[in-house]
Ligand binder design. Structure first.
Ligand code: GTP
Length: 820
């Protein structure tokens, strides 16, 4: 499109294409929103001609009569060249919104369709409609930009035009040019008085400071002989910030003769060359200059969007680089692989220790983790569970009675023996083994869980290594569990093996007896009260209490319930006197033997008592006349059903002793089991894990295998690398763009100021931001900087003056604004 013509924005196409590529690579659907360009002016001023010249193709209806009767929104769409590289009509086509999918390759057809569509909506008799015609032109040679051809301002209604046609058209035009991003091409014919220019007047309304209005003066070729537009072009008549461009379009005759745009441009060029009056005004003469002015604005616009784009690319660059760093580099050399493996193993062990210590960087605030869980298991599960156990809860009074009776053997025991206490307390201590082992198992499980959490992300990359490490640590922890369990078993066995009744915290025999007596007494009292309520004689109870008291606490009743009087009160004294006895009856430390007595002393007594009950009846039997048959002893023998008072007392004593001793053991276990687990399992793992890893996994022949990555990961890394490359390229491109823009300007109106920065004529900073390069163009001529930077020497400084009221548009003749 527009070969040889000054197609609007053509010089910035490569830049914009690059930027669009960057947008595409960023996965963004957004594009650079270039400003819209709208042509305004009075009827037949040459608006369509100007637009056509800028686009470089003939496709708009033009004529001496009213032609543009509906706004034509023309979207130029940059489309890729055909793959065969062939240039030609096939590369460029038009599509109307109202005929979707239909491609117009013949541009004369497009013109005919515009005319037909205009007639359809606005009638054939000069009617005007504000309903848009939307046309897209696809070409590899265009910039993505939107141009708007608007109906011309007309004063006198003709044909089907309503009486308020002028107001309607003005309103329609304003609705387009009021937008701040719209560049206004205010087209005024040179053969009419510029001071009465409708275009400039409309533009002034929409753009009071003239920051986005370019004055276009057409028909320079048909001015009155002896007149010229030099003063207009120089802005001497009506100053305009962005200045004026004078053009010579095709005349009606040229149109009729189908003169090409190329020829028209050549003619325009020769016209200005042959008109001495325009010599020295080359920067504001000709369609190519108008295209350049627009290009400059587009370049400025692009520059304004660059920082935002740059920061987006930079943010994405950082994110992608970070992601790539996570995957690391592929290490090829053995030495590199070895170092990598060592590094991973060390990092893993460090992470494991940190997790146990609670120094993990990613400390959770949502739940307990790592070492805190270990502490919880020890204190809130293990210790708490042990504390809650009542050592007597699974021993019934019957059990105790049975144990006592079994312990005394065939004799009828006189004193409470220590054997049942030891048997029972051992049994209870034995119960502590299971929870202790379970606690070790819990901690083992925790360590396994922690091991899985260590470097979870990093090791995703190396599944083989992860698996091997899991195996090693699993085996190592299992091996660590064994000594921990063995130690725990030992601890419990030690406790069971020696019942240290001399322990300072042990209740002691005498105290236990005392307490038991109180207990039994109060129990009895409670029972008596209950009985008295039921009308039972109190005396009976008193006598029974009397009978109990003198017997002393350690004497046992006979099988028939009577007391073995000869022994009551003897034992404690006797034991206390015995050499080597562990304590005295009154002492706070009172050993079990001293409470219950020792069997040797008791043996003869017991024997005699046993003899009485077993041998005597046999002798009698021999002499009896008739045989008295004994009932067979049952297979399973249980103590007599009724518990005697003495038995109750003994049971109470045993229970007290049990509880007291169990408490001591429990405290030991609560303390030493966690210590054993920490020593043999947790800390051992912390200390030795690294060594174990090195010995088992750090083998040169395994490096390759250990560090093998899954295929998809390699692909992912490749993709990320590519993305990173693209982004880096995009970033460089963005960095280079200002320079390229400079190149774009070169040979046109670009200058450099003392800083070496490029300067573009007539572009106000207000349009694109104050820190834009163009801001210096706004300097007052009084400002020394402006002398260097403003524009080519031919332009008067007032042309670019920053204060329109002082030197710019403020000097518009007021009369032209009276209209509105
Ligand atoms: N000689 C000469 N004729 C021109 C020039 N520009 C436009 N014309 C002629 O002026 C007439 C109007 O031109 P258009 O381009 O249709 O003007 P327009 O402003 O689009 O007209 P409407 O859309 O009808 O308002 C046509 O016959 C053009 O050939 C020029 O620079 N020189």
């Amino acid at each position: 499109m527009g070969a040889g013509a000054a197609v609007v924005g053509s010089t910035v196409i490569p830049i914009v294409n690059k930027l669009q590529d960057i947008f595409a690579q960023l996965g963004s659907s957004s594009t650079i929103d270039l400003p819209q360009v709208a042509v305004v002016g009075s009827q037949s001023s040459g608006k369509s001609s100007v637009l056509e010249a800028l686009v470089g193709r003939d496709f708009l209806p033009r004529g001496s009569d009213i032609c543009t009767r509906r706004p034509l929104v023309l979207q130029l769409v940059h489309s890729p060249r055909r793959p065969d590289g062939a240039q030609g009509d096939g590369d460029e086509w038009g599509e109307f919104l109202h005929i979707p999918g239909h491609r117009f390759y013949d541009f004369r057809e497009i013109r005919r369709e515009i005319q037909a569509e205009t007639d359809k909506e606005a009638g054939e008799n000069k009617g005007v409609s504000d309903k848009q015609i939307r046309l897209k032109i696809f070409s590899p040679n265009v910039l993505n930009i939107t141009l708007v051809d608007l109906p011309g301002i007309t004063k006198v209604p003709v044909g089907d035009q309503p009486s308020d046609i002028e107001a309607r058209i003005r309103t329609m035009i304003l609705s387009y040019i009021k937008h701040k991003t719209c560049i206004i091409l205010a087209v005024s014919p040179a053969n009419a008085d510029l001071a009465n220019s409708d275009a400039l007047q409309m533009a002034r309304i929409a753009d009071p400071d003239g920051s986005r209005t370019i004055g276009v003066i057409t028909k320079l070729d048909i001015m009155d002989r002896g007149t010229d537009a030099r003063n207009f072009l120089l802005g001497n008549v009506i100053p305009l910030r962005l200045g004026y461009v004078g053009v010579v379009n095709r005349s009606q005759q040229d149109i009729n003769m189908n003169r090409s745009i190329k020829d028209a441009l050549a003619y325009e060029e020769s016209f200005f060359r042959n008109q001495p009056v325009y010599h020295g005004l080359s920067h504001c003469c000709g369609v190519p200059q108008l295209a350049k002015k627009l290009n400059q604005i587009l370049v400025q616009h692009i520059r304004a969007v660059l920082p935002g784009l740059k920061s987006r690319v930079s943010a994405q660059l950082t994110a992608v680089a970070k992601e790539l760093a996570q995957y690391g580099d592929v290490v090829e050399s053995k030495a590199g692989q070895g170092a990598k493996l060592l590094n991973i193993l060390a990092k893993y062990c460090e992470a494991f220790s940190s997790m146990v210590e609670g120094k993990n960087e990613e400390l959770s605030t949502a739940e307990l983790s790592g070492g805190a869980r270990i502490h919880y298991i020890f204190q809130s599960i293990f210790v708490k569970s042990l504390e809650e156990v009542d050592p007597c809860d699974d021993i019934t009074d019957e059990d105790i009675r049975m144990a006592i009776q079994n312990a005394t053997g065939p004799r009828s025991a006189l004193f409470v023996p220590e054997v049942p206490f030891e048997v029972l307390v051992r049994r209870q201590i034995g119960r502590l083994l299971d929870p202790s082992l379970q606690c070790a198992k819990f901690i083992y499980d925790e360590l396994i869980k922690m091991s899985h959490r260590c470097l979870a992300n990093e090791l995703q990359q190396y599944p083989v290594l992860r698996r091997c490490m899991d195996e090693v640590i699993g085996k190592f922890l299992r091996e660590g569990l064994q000594p921990a369990e063995a130690m725990i078993t030992h601890i419990i066995e030690m406790e069971m093996d020696y019942i240290n009744t001399s322990h300072t915290n042990f209740v002691g025999g005498s105290k236990a007896v005392e307490l038991a007596q109180q207990q039994v007494k109060s129990a009895r009292l409670a029972a008596t009260l209950a009985k008295s309520k039921e009308g039972v004689d109190n005396d009976k109870l008193q006598s029974s209490e009397k009978s109990l008291k003198p017997r002393g606490i350690l004497a046992r009743t006979g099988a028939n319930g009577t007391l073995s009087d000869s022994h009551h009160g003897v034992r404690p004294g006797a034991d206390a006197e015995r050499p080597g006895s562990s304590g005295s009856a009154s002492g706070s430390i009172w050993g079990i033997s001293s409470i219950f007595g020792v069997s040797e002393d008791r043996a003869p007594l017991k024997d005699s008592s046993a003899n009485k009950s077993s041998t005597a009846p046999m002798n009698t039997l021999e002499h009896s006349v008739s045989m008295i048959q004994l009932r067979e002893p049952p297979l399973i023998l249980k103590p007599s059903e009724n518990q005697t008072e003495q038995e109750a007392l003994e049971i109470a004593i045993i229970k007290l002793l049990l509880k007291s001793y169990y408490d001591i053991v429990r405290k030991n276990i609560e303390d030493s089991v966690p210590k054993a687990i920490m020593h043999f399992l947790v800390n051992h793992t912390k200390r030795e894990l690294h060594n174990v890893f090195i010995t088992t996994l750090y083998r040169e022949n395994l490096f390759e295998e250990m560090l093998r990555e899954p295929d998809e990961l390699a692909m992912k890394r490749k993709r990320i690398r590519e993305t990173l490359k693209v982004l880096q390229q995009a970033y460089r491109t963005l960095d280079e763009i200002p320079l390229e823009a400079e190149t774009v300007e070169k040979g046109y109106t670009l200058e450099s100021d003392s800083t070496g920065l490029p300067k573009i004529h007539g572009l106000p900073s207000s349009f694109y931001g104050a820190n834009d390069l163009s801001s210096s163009y706004m300097a007052s001529p009084k400002n020394p900087r402006s002398k260097k930077s403003a524009h080519s020497g031919e332009q008067p400084s007032s042309f670019l003056h920053s204060n329109p009221d002082a030197n710019g548009l403020g000097s518009y003749p007021q009369s032209i604004f009276n209209h509105s």
